[in-house]
Design a protein around this ligand. Structure first.
Ligand SMILES: Nc1ncnc2c1ncn2[C@@H]1O[C@H](COP(=O)(O)OP(=O)(O)O)[C@@H](O)[C@H]1O
Ligand SMILES: [Mg+2]
Length: 353
């Protein structure tokens, strides 16, 4: 290994509804990469993608990160097309390792991972396959099913099915038989609880379906699992490790958009108060879930744990989980003995594997 400093392309912002969270995640990652123990190893090139998808140069990006400029929706410029793909800020050419601090569509779903791959430079987190599978609840769950991983019973629908009354009646029957009420209706591809409804009756189910199809043509309906919500961090590629297990508690009926982003409505408990055999099982399942969908590098795997039966259900794999200073992923690793500055360095090492 040479002693040359590695240039880290920290990409953040983006067109998704999680733009502001992404900036906060990037702030934490930037601070960790700039920590005195990393100063000899890394040079950070922040690259801000504005709400119109335009890639800004390092200087502008840095001012967003340092809070000197506000992230506004800038003037609509030419979108990035195949012809101006190389018009990315010149700093992009110098990047040794990409570090996406993006969430949601285009950032977490394999799209930008494909672009990174085309640059020939390594990047932090999962590749295109794991990222897109982690983003799509139907694809993810059907893979979990084929791996016999424990999860809530579900069915899925396409928007066009709604026009077929006969088919829909059979779906309602099936829901009453295997899923029952309350149930969860979700758009297949989204996050932050957006577009999700918890339905207590057939009428609410119908409304929930109408809401979900506004976000995605493909939707999933799941059985309500009564249980605690637990989360586990995963780090590494050839050798994957899991963090201690954390728990989220919220004051809403379920973990809604409001409770996720309002610190008065939710709290995190790290480590979760669990019997050792349960937390061991969760740590093992977290890695199995990642391997099933080919997610690696960094991921947070979310679970439901039903205490009365000691049953554990995998809810989902998040391939680019929140990385703010109050986010579960960095806090889980800190509680596992890896401070943020060490964590980011490990993530970069993993990317270069
Ligand atoms: N099958 C389920 N049983 C119980 N609660 C659920 C179920 N599915 C989702 N929820 C609730 O909805 C929240 C968001 O659902 P999730 O599938 O994690 O969507 P997102 O990707 O938007 O985070 C969960 O954290 C949980 O509170
Ligand atoms: Mg979730």
């Amino acid at each position: 290994m040479t002693n040359k400093k590695q240039i880290i392309g920290l990409v953040f912002g983006g067109e998704s509804s999680e733009h502001e969270v992404s900036i906060k995640s990037a702030e934490t990652i930037y601070a960790a990469l700039s920590h005195s123990c990393n100063i000899e190893r890394f040079i950070v090139n922040p690259i801000y993608i504005d709400k119109n998808g335009f890639w800004e140069d390092s200087e502008y990006s840095k001012s967003i990160l340092l809070g000197e400029k506000k992230s506004t929706k800038t003037i609509k410029r030419d979108r990035i097309t195949i012809n101006n793909l190389t018009n990315f800020p010149k700093e992009s050419n110098e990047v040794d390792v990409w570090f996406p601090a993006l969430h949601g569509p285009n950032g977490e779903d394999g799209v930008i991972q494909g672009l990174f791959k085309l640059t020939g430079k390594p990047f932090v987190g999962s590749g295109t396959l794991g990222s897109s599978l982690g983003m799509d609840k139907i694809a993810m769950k059907s893979i979990f099913k084929s791996f016999n991983l424990p999860q809530a019973p579900y069915i899925y629908l396409h928007k066009e099915n709604l026009l077929n009354t006969l088919f829909m009646n059979s779906i309602f029957d099936e829901i009453e038989k295997i899923i029952n009420y309350p149930c969860f209706i979700k758009p297949a591809n989204l996050g932050s609880s957006i577009g999700i409804t918890k339905a207590y009756s057939k009428q609410e189910l119908i409304t929930g379906i109408e809401i979900a199809v506004k976000y995605d043509e493909r939707i999933i309906i799941e059985k309500n699992i009564i249980g605690r919500e637990l989360e586990c961090g995963v780090l590494g590629k050839s050798i994957m490790k899991s963090s201690v297990v954390g728990e989220v508690k919220f004051q809403t009926d379920w973990y809604t958009y409001d409770s996720k982003y309002n610190e008065h409505l939710s709290t995190t408990i790290i480590p979760a108060d669990l019997k050792i055999n349960i937390s061991n099982k969760i740590q093992k399942l977290a890695i199995e879930a990642c391997k099933a969908i080919n997610a690696y590098g960094l991921a947070r795997v979310d679970f439901f744990y039903q205490e009365s039966t000691e049953k554990i259900y995998i809810n989902e794999v998040n391939t680019l989980p929140g990385f703010t200073n109050t986010s579960m992923y960095p806090m889980l690793w800190e509680a596992s003995g890896l401070k943020p500055e060490k964590l980011v360095a490990s993530l970069i090492e993993t990317a270069r594997e």
